[in-house]
Design a protein around this ligand. Sequence first.
Ligand code: CUO
Length: 670
Amino acid sequence: MATDQKQVLDMFQRPYKRQSSTTKDRPIVFDLSTRVGGSPTQSLSLARSIPKGSVFSMFVMSHRLAAKELCDFFMEANDVNRLSERAEAVRGNLNEKLFIFALSFVIIRKEEMRSVRLPNIVEIFPSMFVPVITLGELEHRVQESTPDQEVVLTEYGPEFSSTHLKPEHRVAYWREDYGINAHHWHWHLVYPVDLGVMRDRKGELFYYMHQQMLARYDMDRLSVSLNRVQKLSNWRIPILDGYFPKLTINNSGQAWGTRQDNTLMQDYKRDDFGLPQTDVSELEQWHSRIMDAIHQGFLVDREGKHTKLSDDVKLPQKRGIDLIADALGADSTLSLNSPFYGDLHNMGHVVISASHDSDNAHREQLGVMSDTATAMRDPVFYRWHKYIDDIFQEYKLIQRPYTVEELSLSSVEVVSVDVESRNKKNQLITGWNTRDFEASRGLDFNINRPVMVRLTHLDHNSFHYNIKLVNNDKLPMEVTVRIFMAPKQNERGVDMNLMEQRVLWAEMDRFTQNLKPGPNHILRPSTSSSITNANDFTFRDLEQMPVSDNPGADENTLFNFCGCGWPQHMLLPRGKQEGMPFEIFVMVTDWAQDKVVQPIRARNCSAAASFCGILDARYPDSRPMGFPFDRAPMPMLFNRPLERTRDLTGLSNIGMQDITITFTNAQITK
Ligand code: CUO
């Protein structure tokens, strides 16, 4: 392990402690009580105003300002040594999650530190992923263990936090999956609001990545015979489903707020986050102003100037979808008019997470909806985001449909598409699997041996796409291959038409391919997916990595972004035990039209580029995100069954295949 990597790991262990055990002989350099970092002006007053052990929420404006202050302080450090000194000076005095967020933010962005990798967030904050009762049981086992027992293990089964008495509990395995929650935390770290991060098509990716998570959630809901998620649009009636996370906010044991079934959203009047009172009617007003903008076709800035909303623009000019997402996300530097369009998405998270104690009368903490690492556990997250997505879809549906010219690539013919796994064609298998995490990296169990927790998760047998196609051109051709998957039938068991299926298409992979003239054969492994992240490392993985394998050896390799990405084990929906029909859709487009001129050489860390972009580079596909399903289908295809799509358009560059996903309810053997 390289020295830099070791220092980073030291900073991330037990973040609530003033000094980690591995650095206890290093002197404290700064005295935080008077000044920090040798600069008398830097008192970190905003950062210090967030109490230790309580919620840190990037959805809350005052917390974003505190994060900015701490990130700026860490950004002044030019190498891992100096960062580590600054981190040591403040750790134990600041809110732990703010501390880890700012450290991670700086390590990702500092040119000098990009050779090191961040450890998995599950091991930094086990208590945000593992129920408190499981951790208690773990402590018990530690006490009962003998010194020769190297690993203390506990099981966390597929029932998760539920009993299956309530229908929503059937998808608890999905909502409470450690990987999707870690991905969501990482995504918002890479695309934060109000931290001065101006990334290419940030707003559009906010729309697209969240829309795709909803599509995936709905695929799993249909897998367990639940209806697709209903948007949370009527805030005057109670939220049907409660949520009891059974987790603690951090490693000190403070519990999250819980929400009973049938809780009503209420005006936000809490006094503990420096936020003004926010009435539910204010959210409605922001929503209505954004809807007006969509239907009028323009946003209005603070000087009254109109900015047209259209997706038919030439990049890098901003598409309408990007501008609307900026207005919804309320980044003060990106929103064209934040006083007018408000802070709808973020404040929705806050108002919902405070609905059990909206005036702080009970001194209860906010619920899990307030934190990007835990929000996806709560059923209301999807209802809220469906509501947000509905705004985007309203906009997308008034864009003109794509023309045949935009959709076709006549020189390429997709002859056949198959998925293959263990010598079976078009039959995929899912089941359960487990992964071990070292809880003792984040929590102190008072022993010198690793204490492990074993988390259960959905998984599948890996597979590959087998695509046969012909390049009818006389020259080789660079193409983009776009692969999507959607369920075939709705909750009534009826085959969906293209319009109904439109928002259910989940991206599986997107890659460039050189086609030689004549027949071509693509074998693409599922593990190479452009949405997933294979580089998610535990502390132990990183410690055991030989120095020669460390990316620091190659300064052009930027690994930190790799922490962002959908978990590979959640690439497939669960499917049904009796088998569930899905469809694979493959579309080939011309790379010469799709490609983006990068301002600098796009570097290596593009593993999950579809969902996370590429560090320091533009989003690597000029088409609107979600293409071709982002817009309404051509009118003549509107109500037609999908099978007939190709016949009607004569689009040779599209191939489709029916497949079956079967859930075994058994351990997956890799
Ligand atoms: Cu990711 Cu609402 O944006 O949680």
